[in-house]
Ligand binder design. Structure first.
Ligand code: GDP
Ligand code: GDP
Length: 437
């Protein structure tokens, strides 16, 4: 199921990024540990009373060279209108309505999507009345907040969450492998989809009725039920959409959310870009299985070492995803396209793999005996008991004497030992620590 999207729009300096950071806050703190992951300051996930959602700070987007303020505001608004479920329209509550606000309002009136005016910078409750003025902009919801102090943001979030669209239940059963192709524009995602679907053993199923399904492609391959999930490449959109590489991240996140396996498509000809790392990082953090697909391999000038060099470059650039297998394809000549689905099935199986508790404990004990944890000021990390608590991705809980004593590098070592024993090819592993009483 894809998560609702909340877009933050408004003219410069009203406090959009302050609100964004507040929404992102906790999560950024949690994931910062992991080396090699590039943080995005524009997209994040947030959570309010257990409801998860994506947040975009459209103010942080770059829309190419022109970037006149008005154009910028227009592009932001267009993006919000197209891609979000709820729009937070931020204004400076102390300054009153400006012409910039009126321009944003005019654009946002083109949509039926819920718009909440967030009158920000109302730092004292005695100034709360200032927010009323903004009803003149013609939207139903106005909330007064101080994102600096955090006052009013709870009400803002209650309202936001209450305006989310009804959830659309996923129509595919547990057995169906849900696969997305994610990557920058023009790396060849749609070409690959067509090449995969053109394979002999693929039997495309009749499309189910709902609108959401119409953009997915369910099929069977050697008796296995698989669905390819819509991403940017499948639906070519308007001009803004095409021109913003940044935008591909949001589409990717939504597709990732709904998939078991992500095919991270890279352009063999143009090489790896910063954007690829962000997209891959989201798949990793979301706990999805992943395969790197280096496409356009036909167009690469190569000798016998080229593939190996590219492989090393991937391992170097995506250190946090050393588990993901790498395929080299050409959607154009169909070279090795036939390897994609068999690999998808393999990693999907590993992603859903369950290991018995006794076997896990055996592996853990052997690992600890072989390389005992280092001691920290005389205290040593101890693992008493380990068990797998979930699949997709495989999630292990270690009951330990004191989680504080665990070092990242030692956990990495334990993870590697688990991988040595059970492979887990293509899937991230989650290791959670619990204090044993
Ligand atoms: P953006 O350009 O819309 O993203 O605005 P920023 O988030 O960068 O904020 C612009 C300025 O307003 C910064 O100096 C913030 O510290 C300040 N600011 C943001 N929110 C508040 C608030 O609630 N109260 C006050 N007093 N200042 C704020
Ligand atoms: P998407 O935006 O990621 O969906 O990319 P497209 O599938 O639309 O492909 C972008 C461009 O790359 C198109 O001109 C394709 O013809 C071209 N292309 C896609 N795959 C290959 C490939 O394997 N080899 C070569 N040489 N060109 C490709």
């Amino acid at each position: 199921m894809s998560l609702p999207v909340v877009a933050i729009v408004g003219r410069p300096n009203v406090g959009k990024s302050t609100i964004f950071n507040r929404l992102a806050g906790e999560r950024i703190a949690i994931v910062q540990d992991e080396p090699g992951i590039t943080r995005d300051r524009i997209y994040t996930q947030s959570d309010w009373n257990g409801e998860r959602f994506h947040v975009i700070d459209t103010g942080g987007l770059e829309f190419g060279e022109q970037d006149e303020i008005l154009d910028h505001i227009r592009n932001q608004a267009e993006l919000a209108l197209e891609e979000s479920d709820v729009i937070l329209f931020v204004v400076d509550g102390r300054e009153g309505i400006t012409s910039g606000d009126e321009e944003v309002a005019r654009l946002l009136h083109k949509t039926n999507k819920p718009v909440i005016i967030v009158a920000n910078k109302i730092d004292h409750h005695k100034h709360a009345d200032l927010a009323y003025e903004f009803y003149q902009l013609g939207f139903e919801h106005v909330v007064a907040v101080s994102s600096l102090h955090g006052t009013g943001t709870g009400d803002m979030l209650d309202l936001t969450v209450s305006l989310f669209p009804e959830k659309i239940e996923e129509t595919y059963d547990e057995e169906t492998i849900k696969v997305s192709l994610i990557g920058r524009p023009n790396v060849g995602k749609s070409s690959l989809v067509n090449a995969i679907l053109g394979e002999e053993r693929v039997i495309v199923s009749p499309v189910a009725g709902t609108t959401r399904d119409a953009i997915d492609t369910p099929f069977t391959h050697d008796g296995e039920s698989i669905v390819l999930i819509d991403t940017a490449g499948l639906r070519k959109r308007g001009k803004v959409y095409e021109s913003i590489e940044k935008f591909s991240v949001l589409r990717a996140m939504q597709a990732i959310e709904r998939s078991d396996v992500c095919l991270i498509v890279l352009d063999g000809e143009r090489g790896i870009a910063e954007q690829d790392k962000k997209i891959a990082g989201y798949a990793h953090e979301a706990g999805r299985a992943a395969i790197f697909v280096v496409n356009k391999w036909d167009a690469v000038e190569k000798d016998e070492k080229t593939m190996d060099r590219f492989r090393k470059e991937i391992r170097f650039q995506f250190q946090f995803m050393s588990y993901a297998p790498i395929l080299f394809t050409s959607a154009k000549t169909k070279q090795r396209v036939g390897k994609v689905l068999p690999k998808v099935k393999e990693v999907a199986e590993q992603h859903a793999m369950r290991i018995s508790t006794s076997v896990i404990n055996q592996v853990m004990q052997d690992a600890i005996t072989m390389t005992p944890p280092p001691s920290d000021k005389g205290r040593r990390f101890k693992v008493q008991y380990a068990t797998q608590v979930a699949v997709k991705p495989p999630t292990m809980v270690l009951f330990v004497n004191d989680p504080e004593l665990a070092h990242f590098s030692y956990l990495r070592y334990l993870e590697n030992q688990l991988r040595e024993a059970f492979a887990f090819e293509g899937t991230p592993l989650k290791i959670l620590l619990r204090k044993k009483n």
